[in-house]
Design a protein around this ligand. Structure first.
Ligand code: SAH
Ligand code: F3S
Length: 507
């Protein structure tokens, strides 16, 4: 009798890095004969790929662990795993709080997951695998303990077959006072550009049309080999030359590393999206200094000026933290001013959440009351929504080239099932990363299509396929072979994740 394959359920919280890590873990287990379960109830292993950036994200995982305990009581062989940043941050504490967890695996040990699961299934008992603490050893030893995890990809595991993330570097060395990432993701380590290029070429050969390079500070990318140094701009030049690739994006940028050569590359390379996520975090110099961000608002504005001058149509987006230690009303007003004067396409706004191990947690009191954080969050979001609406309305009456991504959230919820020629409400993105919603045949998914924009809201545009085009585009089997998807990049936008490996907005 043939043995049934083991089945995996994985829930992913947090950023693009986690989405990619989940894709890679799933791919590795599939190569060992595992299948995906349709839900935790039918799974042989349930994994949580976790985020530590704010307390809320951790609380969600601890409550999910409470629920999975009931499954484990029904099925004692169920393997429960906590992967990623929380595993690195909380380590033994996870099994203290949830003794039914079998695997605790940090972001630097994900390559071990298949063998660790096999050990647990063979009765070897619970396992904890994490990297060295950033304060506990020499930099080289710590760096080695955070092994980059970039094995062969499995196209079936991506939310869409024509979009993929590629890691440029792991970790972060900036140590912003509020941020846990350098502690849980380790020192910054760049991947070899040849490896990145080979990965891109392989993805494109499999049908991928859009690549998003991801790094905590992607624009700090620097790889030295012999006498040659490759920076992000050089990498973009090489990727732009890959035949069959349509679009290239990269996130997240650190304001101080927004160099002129990078801005010129975005301006000159036809495939590079005119979209720059460069978080300001705050509008006040004093708060930025307390945050140890390493720049002033004057310097941030100077950087924006260089972007605007070179690429006037570029969309710039930001992250903001409200209620950081000691934030006064007057300081908060400066964040409001910055949102209004810059006109960001979009901003992700977070309430400050103290993170053990960070400088802010050690040295500054978390003294802004929760109610005030909430109110400031609301006010900043309101200001951003006004700015976003005004920015989007400028597109009404224009024609935009859109990379079609899949069913819109509305039609995905309705579970419309149309054939390749059936018309559904689809969604895609412009060259400057604006979401566009339009009715079109499913066979356009995965293609670049011109859309005439006729309406705009704060978070998306809507329009019609430009005359005659829908009929002119030949049927593309490749684009139809994958599932449709909701875009993943703006994880804080109110969008449903396409499936269990997609991240859930956690703040
Ligand atoms: N460079 C990373 C940043 C990761 S954290 C990237 O790839 O985006 C993402 C955002 O979360 C940060 O830009 C910041 O705005 C917010 N954030 C980080 N630590 C936080 C904390 N302790 N409390 C609230 N928000 C935080
Ligand atoms: Fe965090 Fe600052 Fe790095 S926000 S990821 S420490 S650039």
């Amino acid at each position: 009798m043939r043995r049934m394959p083991k089945r995996l359920w994985i829930e992913t919280v947090g950023c693009q890095m986690n989405v990619l890590d989940s894709e890679l873990v799933v791919a590795a287990l599939r190569r060992q004969g595992w299948d995906m379960a349709r839900g935790p109830a039918e799974a042989d292993a349930v994994f949580y790929n976790t985020c530590s950036v704010r307390q809320h994200a951790e609380d969600k995982i601890y409550s999910a662990l409470g629920r999975v305990r009931l499954e484990k009581q029904k099925k004692p062989d169920l393997v429960v795993g906590v992967l990623g940043c929380m595993a690195q941050k909380d380590q033994e504490l996870i099994r203290k709080r949830a003794p039914w967890v079998d695997l605790v695996v940090g972001p630097g040990q994900l390559h071990q997951v298949p063998s660790l699961v096999a050990d647990v299934l063979a009765g070897g008992g619970p396992r904890l695998e994490v990297s060295l603490d950033r304060k506990g050893a020499a930099r080289d030893a710590i760096a080695r303990s955070f092994e980059s995890y970039d094995p062969d990809r499995d196209p079936a595991m991506r939310p869409t077959p024509f979009q993929a993330f590629i890691r440029t570097q792991t970790g972060c060395d900036k140590f912003c006072a509020f941020c846990v990432v350098p502690h849980v993701r380790g020192p910054e380590q760049a991947r070899d550009p040849d490896t990145i290029l080979a990965e891109a070429e392989k993805l494109v050969a499999e049908g991928c049309r859009e690549i998003t390079l991801i790094g905590q500070t992607v624009n700090s990318y620097k790889f030295a080999n012999g006498g040659r140094t490759t920076r992000l701009a050089d990498l973009l030049v090489r990727l732009d030359a890959v035949a069959g690739l349509d679009r290239i994006k990269f996130v997240t940028n650190y304001p101080r590393d927004m160099t002129d050569d990078l801005i010129a590359a975005v301006r000159d390379l036809p495939k590079v999206s005119h979209y720059l996520h460069v978080p300001a975090q705050h509008g006040s110099d004093d708060v930025l200094a307390r945050m140890k961000r390493g720049y002033t608002i004057g310097e941030y504005m100077e950087m924006l000026g260089r972007i605007r001058e070179a690429i006037p149509q570029a969309a710039v987006t930001s992250d903001f933290i409200v209620g950081f230690c000691g934030e006064t009303d007057a300081e908060f007003e400066l964040s409001l001013d910055l949102v209004r004067t810059v006109g960001f396409k979009n901003s992700f706004i977070f309430k400050y959440s103290p993170r053990p191990g960070t400088k802010a947690h050690e040295r500054l009191p978390d003294d802004v009351p929760e109610e005030i954080k909430k109110e400031r969050n609301r006010l900043l979001l309101e200001a951003q929504a006004e700015v976003s609406l005004a920015g989007n309305r400028r597109f009404i009456g224009t024609r935009q080239e859109v990379l079609v991504e899949g069913l819109s959230t509305r039609d995905e919820k309705r579970e419309v099932d149309v054939g390749p020629d059936g018309v559904a409400q689809l969604t895609g993105r412009t060259m400057c990363d604006r979401i566009v919603v339009f009715d079109a045949p499913m066979r356009l998914v995965g293609r670049l299509v011109d859309i005439d924009i006729d309406d705009a809201g704060a978070w998306s545009l809507s329009g019609r396929v430009a005359d005659g085009l829908a009929d002119a585009v030949p049927l593309d089997e490749l684009a139809l072979s994958g599932e449709s998807a909701t875009p993943l990049y703006d994880i804080a936008l109110p969008q449903a994740p396409p499936r269990s490996t997609a991240p859930t907005p956690e703040a």
